[in-house]
Write a protein that binds this ligand. Structure first.
Ligand code: ACM
Ligand code: ZN
Length: 529
């Protein structure tokens, strides 16, 4: 009996070893919903492979052909054709979920069927990861995939440090490769106004430039670098970026901060403040007491005029109005603010902010858009239709979702990718603080503490990139990668995360990032957290 069980054990071990040898793995991030690979056989993709475009899927095919040019190091993109059988064929089928796709790989070629154009694009992104990390070889088999969340966002702060159009396009490329579909563009703040507004040229003429920048964390004694710093996007540049993003199935949500985080605007247009005193474009980080006056009609006219131009530039249904961290010191001393509170029957300054937010929301709705704001918009009594971005933790998000508001979860302790990646902070340069290793994001349950009813209102998850200490896109890339690999799993594949495979997949992604020319932090791969 003993002998028999030993034979059985050896046989089983051998079977496992052989199946291990032949089990083929797909190192794709985020994890597809269904993968069935054949035991053997690969379809080889080269720069000569044709892309057969059915159902007018030209845009995703062109984007893929361009990406392949970079990977193959060729001068010419892969050929796109309407006819033919051998090659990579792309088409749509409305039976497949929005943004979803199916991919079949056999000796006949590769067939990608998307639920829509974005689905075709995501199928091609999956294909791109496979062939770039596998020398062009794509295993025979079948993949079916679709996202967990319809909102998969990343934010970029261009106010604290400015990023060129080319840099923003690189950021967009990285998001697209991870199947994200929203870029939350933080365009205005105390330290700089970065979007041209034709009605108020002073905003960029004066408000885009600060005198100097704080050095280090501003511990006493504080000192500054003495170098003027600025930058802004013309409306033409904004249109170019919006188009570039749309071609990669990314909607840009612009953020115009109000009524706080607006000191750069107050510098340009002092009448926006309560006391109309001249203030500088801020050279500190943090929260300033200089905020827009919520009592004067001129502030509302200003905000509406700015938003009119913003709406013209950005097709996004959601428009972000900030709403975070607005101290009420000036309002308490302001005759206009106090008069507005009295006239509107408001009990305190929080409610005055609620009044401003509700009025702006109505303006957006009248113009066919919807409002999104940071979770402070809950404090003054939020409307039923606003979308809430839960950043101070998860409580605001849970509260808003229970009430029936749409919610994007982006709690600071898990989603601020400008935080350190390791506890030791060695080699990480000077960052703002915090600590978010890769593993922490990967293990995060964005539904934690929610009822089934609340879960239905969680439209998505977002990571944020605040740029106080990020002076170049190189640094942004290092903060983003590889952690976006974990974040996109939460956003796209929330119910299919697997601790036993993620490291192997990320080793492959590291090669992918290198091939794309993106910088990636080493810590996760070295086991540092
Ligand atoms: C924020 O971090 N103030 C939204
Ligand atoms: Zn005021």
């Amino acid at each position: 009996m003993k002998q028999l069980s030993r034979i059985a054990f050896v046989a089983l071990t051998m079977i496992l070893m052989i199946s291990e040898l032949y089990a083929r793995e797909l190192n794709v991030v985020p994890e597809p919903a269904y993968v069935d690979l054949e035991a053997e056989g690969d379809y080889l993709v080269t720069e000569k492979t044709r892309i057969i475009v059915v159902d007018e899927m030209w845009n995703p095919a062109e984007r893929f052909a361009e990406d392949m040019m970079a990977h193959f190091g060729s001068e010419r993109p892969m050929r796109l054709t309407k006819h033919g059988n051998k090659g990579i064929k792309v088409r749509t089928d409305s039976c497949i979920a929005a943004e979803g796709y199916e991919m079949t790989v056999s000796c006949d070629g590769i067939l990608i069927i998307g639920g829509d154009e974005a689905g075709v694009y995501y199928g091609l992104q999956t294909l791109r990861q496979i062939l770039v990390t596998n020398e062009g070889r794509v295993p025979y088999g079948f993949i079916a995939d679709e996202p967990s969340f319809s909102y998969r966002g990343a934010h970029l702060d261009v106010a604290r440090h400015f990023f060129s159009v080319e840099d923003v396009k690189t950021y967009i490329d990285i998001l697209a490769a991870h199947k994200l579909n929203r870029l939350h563009w933080h365009l205005t703040d105390d330290q700089g106004w970065r979007i041209e507004i034709k009605a108020y040229p002073e905003l960029t003429e004066l408000g885009s430039m600060r005198k100097e920048t704080l050095v280090g964390h501003g511990l006493e004694p504080k000192w500054w670098d003495g170098t003027p710093y600025g930058g802004y996007y013309t409306q033409e540049e904004i249109r170019d970026v919006v188009k570039y993003a749309a071609e990669r199935y990314i909607t840009i949500i612009p953020e115009i901060e109000m009524p706080g985080h607006a000191q750069a605007a107050l510098h340009a247009l002092p009448w926006l403040g309560c006391n109309e005193q001249k203030v500088e474009v801020w050279t500190m980080w943090g929260v300033t007491p200089e905020v827009m006056c919520a009592g004067k009609e001129t502030t509302y006219t200003f905000l509406e005029n700015v938003l009119k131009e913003v709406i013209e530039l950005f097709p996004s249904e959601l428009i972000h109005i900030g709403g975070d961290e607005c101290p009420k010191d000036r309002w308490k001393e302001c005759e206009h603010c106090q008069a507005m509170m009295k006239a509107q029957g408001l009990e305190n300054e929080e409610q005055l902010q609620g009044y401003l937010v509700a009025r702006i929301e109505q303006f957006l709705i009248k113009n066919g858009r919807r409002m999104i704001g940071w979770d402070e918009i809950l404090d003054g009594g939020v409307t039923e239709t606003a979308t809430v971005m839960s950043w101070r933790g998860i409580k605001g998000g849970i509260y808003a979702a229970e009430r029936g508001n749409d919610v994007v979860m982006t709690p600071m302790k898990l989603c601020y990718l400008n935080f350190y990646q390791t506890e030791s902070r060695e080699g990480e340069g000077l960052q703002i603080g915090g600590h978010i290793p890769f593993e922490m994001i990967y293990a995060w349950d964005p539904y934690e503490g929610m009822s089934d009813e609340a879960k239905r209102h969680i439209i998505g998850v977002q990571c944020n990139m605040w740029s106080e200490y990020l002076k170049s896109m190189d640094w942004v890339e290092v903060m983003l990668l590889p952690r976006l690999g974990a974040m996109c799993e939460v956003q796209w594949a929330v119910d299919r995360r697997d601790e036993s495979t993620i490291r192997r997949k990320m080793e492959s992604m590291r090669k992918f990032y290198e091939a794309c020319g993106w910088r990636c932090a080493p810590y996760y791969f070295d086991g540092r957290k």
